[in-house]
Write a protein that binds this ligand. Structure first.
Ligand SMILES: [Zn+2]
Ligand SMILES: [Zn+2]
Length: 491
């Protein structure tokens, strides 16, 4: 630690802390709270292991693992990385701008902010907040709503000690418990480990984190003996005040924080290079058991499911290419791929046709890729190729009538009061739509986020936060309706 910090001090970065935990026992084997306890100049008596600091991106892996368990996504699933507004909060990616669509794997390896915030919004801020507390993060002094969605990109503070314990939980394939610095043979912790994430989802998340290679850290990776893989994550807090790197193997958790105890930011602070290189150095010097080089695949906690190869959601009838991939065994059904839909086109493929306008024997069914309007707009504005959707036959009688698809509830510009039930919990809002053709599947999007598919009975119960929302529904022939409405919650 001292060697690294002597080097970093030339960049104006004065402090660092490191923690090494033996995963099997949960015992801390090395604890460096500052580089020099007796140094007044660098505030050596501040304990960098216990000081709560902004978490940057270090919490993201837990969110994605939880969402895999919920059946919301898999590493292959595509997420939106486009300009997004949550009230006054509009997350952005520090380095890369927006990418349009990215897989979960890429979003985590590149630590993209927008997909993480969108995923947290869907998973539920309060649920994730509760997870963090259950996983032993005790420094969340404020209420979940005070942190808001920035919670996932550094809006909250945690200390190195508790973050190391949480990462050890990931390395223990989902069993979380406090780590201990007390060296006693029969030391009793208050309660046993608690399972918060499935073994399958932890294993899949660790596999992603093994692919993390940050620009600037390549040199250190070459120095590092690669036969010992590490699952690791870095994080840099807002204003470059804190750099984190936490890595796990089956045997060890190594956690690093680098920054200034005074809290001042430093433009030179780079988590991959600075905290990451120190982490790798420590891993290099730790004893290793060759039979525990990597995590054992929890076969009985994984299943194979068929997904759409292009979008990473459950293969639907109109997906063109599918593949079988791992999913947590207990995972509820993943959403069906909402992007591939079946349409009828005429012989030339130029126009869509329907039962009211096709010539018998002169039409065919085709699968096409359709993105949501917000993604289409982003791709168009950024000069990207947009999948072509053939327009409906202009001579069709159907077009002269009304849209076959209608929103029944809520009506345009409605102001809705959501009542509470007898227990005080907010009741669900039940959205309703109708389609003239009873065989049509409807795809529901709320505020640009895919919410679900309905068949026959087009009813969708949802829980939405207070504020303005827009509901868009499309059918599989490309008809679309939209309704904007406002929600107030009964106090
Ligand atoms: Zn598909
Ligand atoms: Zn038609």
């Amino acid at each position: 630690v001292n060697d690294h910090l002597r080097y970093l001090s030339s960049f104006g970065i004065k402090n660092g802390a490191a923690l090494v935990v033996e995963n099997q026992t949960g015992k801390v084997r090395a604890y460096v709270g500052s580089q020099d306890f007796y140094s007044v100049r660098t505030q050596g008596q501040v304990d960098g292991v216990m000081a709560p600091r902004s978490t940057g991106s270090i919490l993201k892996p837990f969110l994605y693992a939880l969402c895999m368990d919920e059946g919301e996504l898999l590493p292959q699933s595509i997420l939106k990385d486009i300009p997004t507004h949550f009230g006054a909060f509009s997350p952005s990616n520090e380095l890369s701008g927006y990418n349009g669509l990215v897989t979960v794997h890429e979003a985590l390896v590149r630590s993209l902010n927008v997909p993480a915030v969108r995923v947290l919004n869907r998973y539920g801020l309060y649920r994730f907040y509760l997870f963090l507390r259950n996983a032993g993060i005790t420094t969340l002094f404020r209420h979940a709503d005070d942190y808001g969605l920035p919670l996932i990109i550094g809006g909250a503070e945690a200390n190195l000690f508790e973050l190391a314990a949480a990462y050890r939980g990931l390395a223990r394939l989902g069993e979380f418990e406090p780590i201990t610095i007390i060296e006693r043979e029969n030391y009793q912790i208050q309660k046993g480990p608690e399972r918060l994430i499935s073994r399958g989802a932890c294993y899949m998340t660790l596999q992603i984190l093994n692919d993390l290679k940050r620009p600037g850290a390549e040199y250190y990776w070459e120095q590092y003996n690669n036969q010992w893989p590490i699952a690791w994550k870095t994080g840099t807090s807002f204003g470059q005040r804190d750099a984190w790197a936490i890595g796990v193997t089956p045997e060890w958790t190594v956690a690093i924080w680098i920054g200034n105890f005074t809290g001042e930011g430093n433009a030179n602070l780079k988590s991959g290079e600075m905290a990451g290189s120190l982490m790798l150095d420590i891993f290099n010097s730790l004893p290793k058991n060759p039979s525990l080089a990597w995590f054992q695949r929890p076969e009985d906690d994984l299943k194979k499911i068929e997904i759409c190869s292009e979008t990473g959601y459950l293969a639907g009838p109109d997906c063109l290419k599918t593949s079988f991939v791992d999913a947590p065994a207990s995972q509820p059904t993943l959403p069906i791929c909402p992007y591939h839909i079946g349409i009828y086109v005429d012989d030339t493929g130029e126009f869509q046709v329907c039962s009211r306008c096709w010539e018998p024997g002169h039409y065919k069914r085709e699968s096409i890729l359709v993105y949501t309007p917000d993604v289409m707009q982003f791709l168009r504005e950024n000069g990207k190729i947009i999948p072509h959707v053939p327009p409906h036959n202009p001579y069709c009688l159907e077009l002269t009538g009304t849209n076959p698809l209608q929103v029944i509830y809520p009506s345009q510009n409605a102001r809705l009061w959501i009542p509470r039930d007898y227990s005080g919990a907010l009741e669900h809002l039940v959205l309703r739509a109708a389609h003239r053709d009873s065989s049509q599947r409807l795809y529901w999007y709320i505020d640009g986020v895919y919410f679900g598919t309905t068949v026959e009975n087009h009813v969708l119960p949802v829980e939405l936060p207070k504020g303005a929302h827009s509901l868009a529904i499309v059918d599989s022939t490309g008809n679309r309706v939209q309704t904007d409405f406002n929600i107030d919650l009964k106090e």
